[in-house]
Design a protein around this ligand. Structure first.
Ligand SMILES: [Zn+2]
Length: 99
């Protein structure tokens, strides 16, 4: 898990996970020292590989059903579980603007 660049405190999983769903420009603010961190652009690719790609592969090759809606629903479940892993791979850089 990413640590604060200033005080080395680990960000909690839930802090990072919440920011993931607010969009790529979201800030993470260290709860200990208040340092602002911005999501790195490469997090978008991490997101694609862990969420979008498994969904597409599952829906194309591994769906147990021929029903389109069932396939979509299961694909979303697969993507959801993939998204739970994203905070472990996301990285952040210190944001020095507006401080
Ligand atoms: Zn800190």
């Amino acid at each position: 898990m990413q640590k604060c660049k200033d005080c080395n405190e680990k960000f909690s999983w839930s802090t990072v996970y919440r920011s993931v769903w607010k969009g790529r420009d979201d800030l993470i603010i260290c709860e200990t020292c208040g340092a602002r961190h911005r999501s790195n652009i490469r997090n978008r690719f991490v997101n694609t590989f862990l969420v979008i790609l498994p969904m597409i592969i599952f829906m194309n090759y591994f769906s147990p059903s021929d029903n389109f809606l069932v396939t979509i629903a299961l694909g979303i479940v697969v993507g959801f579980f993939g998204s739970l892993l994203t905070p472990f791979l996301y990285t952040y850089r210190v944001d020095n603007e507006n401080t």
